[in-house]
Design a protein around this ligand. Structure first.
Ligand SMILES: Nc1ncnc2c1ncn2[C@@H]1O[C@H](COP(=O)(O)OP(=O)(O)O)[C@@H](O)[C@H]1O
Ligand SMILES: [Mg+2]
Length: 319
């Protein structure tokens, strides 16, 4: 089998709106894909098609080789899905809900108890086991959703904004859990939180207006930032016109004056070729007799790249 999840030109219209517009990608074992995009980009619609809850208008999706339209039951057996929002059956207690899900998944007796126990432990739900789901905080509801998604230990996990509404500690726990489960699964996690991508994802797929605008390793995306490898220096007693002199160096693309105070000036030196120019520039400054009081190299920022990628697309549509 090629990939564990395979999308081929997957498309979905809602009346005149094309919510998902020809998305293709393949996810392999061990990958954690961050599925990113602004609100309304089509993340949830894509996930609902992969999980068989919504029919595609065109194109195909396969899970472990099974077509989501032709073999929906085979697909549902092989995946765990944390939908957007709150779990169903809010009047059930957490324990009753998980036992119900386990039964639907075909477990009984000791195996059912073991599965529910393991999911409760992984999602840290012991404290609220006997509380109706409706009475839980948003964070606990997300974790109940996660527990039901992982109960049958599926090879494919589709998680729609799993950390939405969680506090920072709970976010950290969910990310740890996703990382732990990653080795032998294929996991797709939608999010609009960019730090999540760094924390858990081996790959980032960015969509805007229903189309893929980037598919790369998070580091590779970050490297597209104009600030990637930019050298930030604080200088004392820099002569007038130093920025202009620096601009003439072959390794330098641009120099921005960031701030100037108490006799020091802060400059941002953008490299011409995306490579580290710290040694060259610091050597040049030393030879020029300029005192450098601070220096560091920026890695670039994901949020900047995300904005560039997703706004470009919006711009086209508006034009
Ligand atoms: N059931 C629906 N009926 C009509 N339009 C919908 C429906 N679900 C989603 N949409 C529209 O499809 C687009 C993509 O939505 P969605 O997949 O929820 O985006 P995301 O999850 O990235 O925020 C939006 O324009 C949204 O309004
Ligand atoms: Mg959504």
């Amino acid at each position: 089998m090629d990939g564990m999840v395979e999308l081929d030109r997957l498309t979905r219209d809602f009346g005149p709106i094309r919510a998902v517009d020809g998305i293709s990608f393949t996810v392999h074992r061990g990958e954690v894909v961050g599925f990113l995009g602004p609100n309304g980009a089509g993340k949830t619609t894509t996930m609902r098609m992969i999980t068989g809850y919504l029919l595609p208008t065109a194109g195909t999706a396969r899970v472990m080789g099974h077509d989501v339209v032709e073999e929906p039951i085979a697909v549902k057996r092989r995946l765990g899905y944390l939908p957007e929002g709150a779990p169903l059956y809010g009047d059930m207690t957490v324990e009753a809900l998980l036992r119900f899900v386990a039964a639907v998944r075909g477990f009984a007796g000791a195996e059912k108890r073991r599965r529910v126990g393991a999911a409760v432990e992984r999602a840290q739900l012991a404290e609220v086991l006997h509380q109706p789901v409706d009475t839980l905080s948003k964070g606990y509801k997300r974790r109940v959703g996660l527990a039901q998604a992982i109960l049958h230990d599926p090879p494919v996990l589709i998680l729609d904004e799993p950390t939405d509404g969680l506090d920072p500690n709970q976010k950290h726990e969910v990310r740890r859990l996703v990382r732990e489960m990653a080795a032998d699964k294929a996991i797709i996690v939608s999010t609009h939180i960019l730090e999540e991508v760094d924390a858990v994802c081996t790959r980032a797929i960015v969509i805007a207006r229903g189309r893929i605008v980037a598919d790369a390793h998070p580091d590779e995306l970050r490297a597209r930032s104009p600030r990637h490898m930019a050298l930030r220096v604080r200088l004392r007693g820099a002569p007038d016109g130093l920025a202009d002199e620096l601009r003439t160096l072959a390794v330098v693309r641009e120099v921005e004056t960031v701030a100037s105070r108490d006799g020091t000036a802060e400059l941002l030196v953008l490299p011409a070729n995306g490579r580290d120019v710290a040694a060259d520039v610091l050597g040049w400054l030393r030879a020029r007799g300029v005192e450098v009081t601070e220096a560091f190299v920026e890695r670039g920022r994901l949020d900047e790249v995300f904005r560039m990628l997703t706004q470009q697309e919006t711009g086209h549509a508006a034009a």
